[in-house]
Design a protein around this ligand. Structure first.
Ligand code: URA
Length: 417
């Protein structure tokens, strides 16, 4: 077997065997296959696709290319994952809810990259919260308080890491087969047996339309089936940011407000009830989806989910007084109103634009080594569907730099008709 034959086979639209896929991953990890050979194969896969068996073989080869977490001592762990979005604080809200039902919530999360935010960056905006704990403490935390959320400190799916970075440089990020195997390889390596996936769809997501989102969901469900992991996908809208806030501290504050029952944005309610109900059904804590949805909201109302958030933060070294009183979080230097330029109905609040502008303010990073500013971002008071009058306040820019405020104010974030 050699890499040239493998590339040529896929270039000519042929099916790769399990051994050929395993060979490619093994040799690529050892640097015996070069980046330009891997790039050629990825492009051939992008153009000619892969069948379900090939996609599953690639997923498993990447999943087992590094450490694989064993969570069997915790029992029935149900994991969730989003394919990426803007203002996505769902993990911060949903994992404490799930833990409040006694379902072990052991979650490894990532940092944000590009226009999408990451849960770990959000948690690190809580003073003291340690995302870099070791796996033994991670499992102990879950045993003690039912929940732990940590960064990916292990060498999880290194083949995916290497290939993902390469895809980014050769216009191969948008391949549905490559996205499906990339996501599922990390989920499998992170030890999940039951997985609920939030497949985001819209301008602020990898999948821009419903048809592609459905295709991605179907492939991931199939990979789950072929690899012995029960996988459920829920397709959710990502044309506008989720909830009111975008930015690290701002999203933590919003998650706390929601868990304390202060308010509940309609889109957040939809996502947490859909994903949460599926998680409860998989963990046998709800008889069906409707029962699950009712239970999810009930454990916000009765304060049990908020209690779990406090335990999570305390147990990981975070200062809970910031959760109990979110006014303690340091504010950005400038908090500036965004006003409606005319009267009418808001028809768009573009998630992609909001994501890229919040990165420009400093909330995210364009390359892995960039540092982030936890204070900056946006809070929106009005979103799609609202009727507004000229000069009405639609939201706020939170920024530390006046020049950046002026630049953002010049952008057309909202479409009003
Ligand atoms: N998220 C991933 O982990 N991988 C992809 O390829 C796309 C989104």
């Amino acid at each position: 077997m050699n890499i040239l034959e493998i590339i040529a086979k896929k270039r000519d639209g042929m099916e790769l065997s399990k051994d050929e896929i395993q060979y490619f991953i093994d040799e690529y990890i050892k640097d015996n296959v070069t980046d330009y050979q891997a790039a050629a194969l990825l492009m051939a896969i992008y153009i000619n696709g892969m069948n379900e068996r090939e996609t599953t073989d690639l997923t498993l080869a990447m999943a087992y290319s590094g450490d694989v977490l064993d969570l069997s001592s915790l029992g029935n762990v149900v994991d969730k994952h989003s394919t990426g979005g803007v203002g996505d604080k769902i993990t911060l809200i949903l994992m404490p809810i799930i833990a409040s039902f006694g379902i072990p919530s052991a979650k490894m999360s990532g940092r944000g990259l590009g226009f999408t935010g990451g849960t770990i960056d959000k948690l690190e905006s809580i003073p003291g919260y340690n995302t870099q704990i070791d796996v033994v403490s991670f499992i102990e935390n879950v045993k003690n308080v039912g929940i732990s959320i940590m960064g990916q400190t292990l060498n999880l799916a290194p083949a995916d890491k290497k290939l993902y970075a390469l895809r980014d440089t050769i216009s191969c990020t948008e391949s549905i087969h490559l996205i499906a195997s990339s996501i599922m390889s990390k989920k499998i390596a992170a030890g999940a047996n039951k997985i609920v996936l939030d497949v985001t769809c819209g301008s602020g997501a990898f999948m821009k339309n419903k048809q592609d989102a459905k295709k991605l969901a179907d492939i991931m469900i199939k990979i789950g089936k072929l690899s012995g992991r029960t996988t459920v996908c829920v397709i959710t809208d990502m044309n506008q940011p989720i909830g009111k806030s975008v930015g690290n501290t701002l999203e933590v504050i919003e998650a706390v407000d929601i868990l304390r029952g202060k308010y509940m944005p309609k889109d957040v309610e939809h996502i947490i009830t859909e994903l949460g109900a599926n998680m409860l059904v998989l963990a046998k804590k709800a008889v069906d989806i409707e029962d699950g949805k009712t239970k999810i909201l009930e454990n916000i109302r009765n304060g049990k989910a908020y209690e779990k958030l406090l335990q999570l933060v305390q147990n990981q070294g975070g200062d809970v007084s910031y959760i109990e009183d979110t006014d303690k979080f340091e504010k950005a230097k400038y908090i500036v109103e965004i006003k409606a330029k005319k009267s009418g109905v808001i028809t768009s609040l573009d998630a992609y634009k909001v994501g890229t502008l919040s990165n420009y303010l400093g909330a995210g990073r364009m390359k892995k080594t960039d540092s982030i500013n936890p204070r900056v971002g946006f809070v929106f008071e009005k979103k799609v569907g609202y009727a507004v009058s000229q000069d009405e306040v639609l939201g706020y820019i939170h920024a530390d730099d006046e020049e950046k405020v002026n630049y953002v104010l010049k952008q057309e974030l909202f479409e009003i008709k």
